[in-house]
Write a protein that binds this ligand. Structure first.
Ligand code: HEC
Ligand code: HEC
Ligand code: HEC
Ligand code: HEC
Length: 193
């Protein structure tokens, strides 16, 4: 009876020890910041929120012609030096204004603040004041008489919808096709959370 107890205790100790030694290697320190994987946008949109797979948009070949990934600064247009931004009119604004770095996956690992600012810090909802700018930016697009107030709706629709429209033109056989500008409910979902 006593021998059995000691034996059982010994087995238990071995189990415990081998267990902890198995766990330890998985506890590794990770310093670098990784880009978010899935982001829920438009949680206050009446039509419903949008589930945006950030990871797929940066790791898969989602350029218009489908041959390469989308560069970070194509969306995060203020996350580069001003001298680079001005090469893509109408862009000129960067954040912070004196930045010298261009957002990449590697930069983010070294500098967790590399994004600088997020879209809605500047492209606020209609009739609200943006966090970072005195007012919502305005852009005069070719062919329109009046400047467009770049609200969150305008900024996201122009950035996201126009690429999808171009993708469908360039690659009509892509199935399923990305949600084009007119397909409101392919992006906005009432139930998504
Ligand atoms: C490619 C995806 C996509 C498509 C297609 C799309 N939207 Fe949006 N929409 C968005 C995103 C992203 C936002 C901004 C969400 C945010 O501010 O976080 C937005 C914002 C909006 C807003 C502003 C919401 C608010 O109050 O802040 C309205 C209104 C809207 N969309 C209506 C529409 C309508 C109408 C259509 C169809 C003609 C449409 N959307 C098609 C992605 C899409
Ligand atoms: C620090 C403020 C700021 C941030 C952050 C920002 N923008 Fe902008 N955006 C602007 C300003 C200002 C303009 C007008 C042009 C300029 O001054 O660069 C603009 C212009 C635009 C335009 C119109 C020009 C074009 O390329 O068609 C789009 C679309 C746009 N932004 C989308 C976005 C999206 C999407 C994000 C987030 C991924 C974002 N912006 C983040 C300030 C900002
Ligand atoms: C197709 C457009 C798009 C591309 C390409 C893109 N992003 Fe984003 N990213 C977004 C949007 C939209 C958000 C949501 C926050 C916002 O409103 O700006 C975001 C958010 C982020 C955030 C979180 C910011 C915060 O403080 O909440 C990080 C970090 C980030 N992106 C890094 C990257 C990096 C690094 C790359 C390139 C490897 C990249 N992104 C490419 C659209 C994009
Ligand atoms: C430069 C091009 C480009 C930009 C900018 C872009 N997308 Fe896409 N998106 C794609 C492509 C390409 C696909 C389809 C990929 C496939 O089916 O192989 C896609 C697919 C999608 C889908 C379908 C589900 C999925 O992820 O497969 C959603 C939703 C979507 N995009 C939302 C957005 C939103 C919201 C933005 C803006 C913040 C955005 N996209 C910006 C190229 C782009």
């Amino acid at each position: 009876m006593k021998i059995f107890t000691i034996f059982a205790f010994a087995v238990l100790s071995i189990l415990l020890v081998s267990n902890t030694s198995k766990v330890t290697p998985f506890v590794s320190a990770q310093d670098g910041k990784k880009p978010p994987e899935v982001i829920t946008l438009g949680t206050d949109a009446k039509l419903g929120s949008i589930k945006f797979n950030h990871l797929d948009h940066i790791t898969k070949n989602r350029s218009v012609d489908g041959t390469k990934p989308i560069a970070c600064v194509e969306c995060h247009h203020t996350a580069q030096p001003a001298s680079e931004a001005v090469k893509h009119p109408p862009h000129k604004t960067v954040w912070p204004a004196d930045r010298t770095t261009t957002l990449t996956m590697e930069l983010l690992e070294k500098d967790p603040t590399a994004v600088g600012a997020i879209c809605r810090d500047c492209h606020a909802r209609a009739d609200t004041k943006p966090k970072l700018l005195p007012e919502i930016p305005q852009v005069k697009f070719e062919g329109s008489a009046e400047p467009t107030i770049m609200t969150n709706q305008q900024a996201f629709h122009r950035k996201c919808g126009s690429c999808h429209d171009e993708v469908v033109k360039a690659r009509p056989d892509l199935t399923p096709p990305p949600p084009t500008s007119k397909k409101c409910m392919a992006c906005h979902k009432k139930t998504a959370a």
